[in-house]
Design a protein around this ligand. Structure first.
Ligand code: MLT
Length: 404
């Protein structure tokens, strides 16, 4: 299947004397987007294999707003009409930064054979064009060779929310909905949620590179990082790679140390469990440790939601994350050097996976940081106590002020 969306960058050589993307170049970008969708889906040679070449009979382009060098344009396409020998595609181009609609193209194609005679549209075409739409507010962003599913809301300085293992962006639903005045970005890490799950190539470095590339694509220079558990480990890796891009740091239900030898052995056992019993086995093993006792008893809907989220994680993503977790470096030596980055440490009072004592040690080691303990929460504070977690985040973000 072809991907639903393709992102292309506008370059200066495509622009006219006024600095606008020239209309002929815009038409070429629409064409490039169609080829990219074939290339990343059924293959660029899809029509050749079918022996049917789509010849353009009519094309109409409407321009709504100008594009400028450096803009990243998001192209989407839908099959709006399917005839016997012809089909019609509608394409849209939106600017990624503000989601404004810049241009719409409609093309009527007639399928012809090698002699130029009309022949039936390949049967496989509708299926190839109909990629599964992502649920809710999610959009696909291609970075680092994978498509990440990302929830992006609001305008303003950026906050990047990084989820833990084996979870997805939706653990941040409440702060994403409530932190007005900030550009909130919550991706599914590769291998989790709705993002692609390649078989190999997982490490904290890869997750961090994915997210730095995501910030580039979204046009975000600096962001506040808010990582939960494994998301905190990814945030540490981002700091090691590009600390100048980090405006502030929230370490939630996480720790700085690498795995001990015992924990590394437990990771290997967990990988074996995933291979044998799939995601369900991992979910069953982890669920009892995820939530505070009172939450688990009083909120069966939340328990069910967390279980389903873990069960939906592809086994390739689980195995990849286990490798990344097991082999991650010790981030403790980094802590004393974080004095120039405003930091808030948050922990659920009943967190069994990354307990309060470790959070206290991190806060003690990071100059100027503060620890907030959230009562009656376990390892998933933003889901268990969403209002309390979001109030802490809002207070912290407000304390950072607007970038100068
Ligand atoms: C997580 O919640 O991200 C993981 O449980 C972290 C870990 O296992 O170290």
């Amino acid at each position: 299947m072809a991907p639903a969306e393709i992102d292309l960058t506008v370059y200066p050589d495509e622009c006219d004397a006024y600095g606008h993307l020239n209309q002929a170049s815009f038409v070429a970008l629409f064409e490039r987007a169609r080829w990219e969708m074939l290339a990343r889906g059924p293959g660029m040679d899809f029509f050749t294999r079918q022996g049917a070449w789509p010849a353009v009979r009519k094309s109409t382009v409407e321009y709504h707003a100008p594009a400028f060098p450096g803009d990243i344009l998001r192209f989407a396409q839908v099959l709006v009409h399917l005839g016997r020998t012809s089909f019609t595609l509608r394409q849209t181009a939106r600017r990624l930064r503000d989601d404004s609609l810049l241009a719409t193209a409609e093309l009527v194609f007639v399928c012809v054979d090698a002699q130029g005679r009309p022949i039936p549209v390949p049967e496989a075409l509708p299926q190839v064009m109909a990629d599964k739409p992502l649920p809710g507010n999610l959009r696909r962003v291609a970075v680092n060779g994978v498509n990440l599913a990302v929830d992006v809301r609001g305008q303003g300085p950026a906050v990047l929310f990084i989820h833990g293992y084996p979870l997805d962006h939706s653990i941040w639903d409440y702060p994403m909905a409530h932190l007005e005045g900030w550009m909130r970005i919550a991706p599914d890490l590769r291998g989790m949620g709705q993002s692609d799950a390649p078989d190999l190539g997982y490490s904290m470095a890869t997750y961090a590179d994915d997210l730095l590339a995501l910030l580039n694509t979204l046009g975000v220079e600096r962001a506040v990082l808010c990582g939960l558990s494994m998301g905190g480990y990814v945030a540490f890796e981002m700091l090691r790679r590009a600390r100048e891009r980090v405006r502030g740091l929230v370490l939630m239900d996480t720790r700085s140390e690498a795995d001990t030898a015992d924990l590394r052995r437990a990771r290997d056992a967990s990988a074996a469990q995933a291979r044998e019993g799939g995601s369900a086995a991992i979910a069953a093993a982890m669920l009892p440790k995820m939530l505070a006792a009172g939450v688990a008893a009083d909120n069966p809907a939340l328990v069910d939601r967390v279980r389903r989220m873990m069960e939906a994680t592809p086994v390739a993503g689980i195995l990849g994350a286990i490798t990344a977790l097991r082999d991650r470096p010790d981030s403790t030596p980094l802590l004393s050097a974080l004095g120039d980055i405003p930091t808030l440490v948050v922990v659920g009072e009943e967190d069994q996976i990354t307990p309060r004592q470790g959070a206290q040690q991190m806060a003690d080691a990071i100059p100027g940081s503060r620890l907030a303990v959230v009562p009656a929460a376990g390892h998933l504070t933003p889901m268990e106590r969403p209002e309390a977690a979001t109030a802490l985040l809002a207070e912290f973000l407000t304390s950072l002020g607007r970038p100068g």
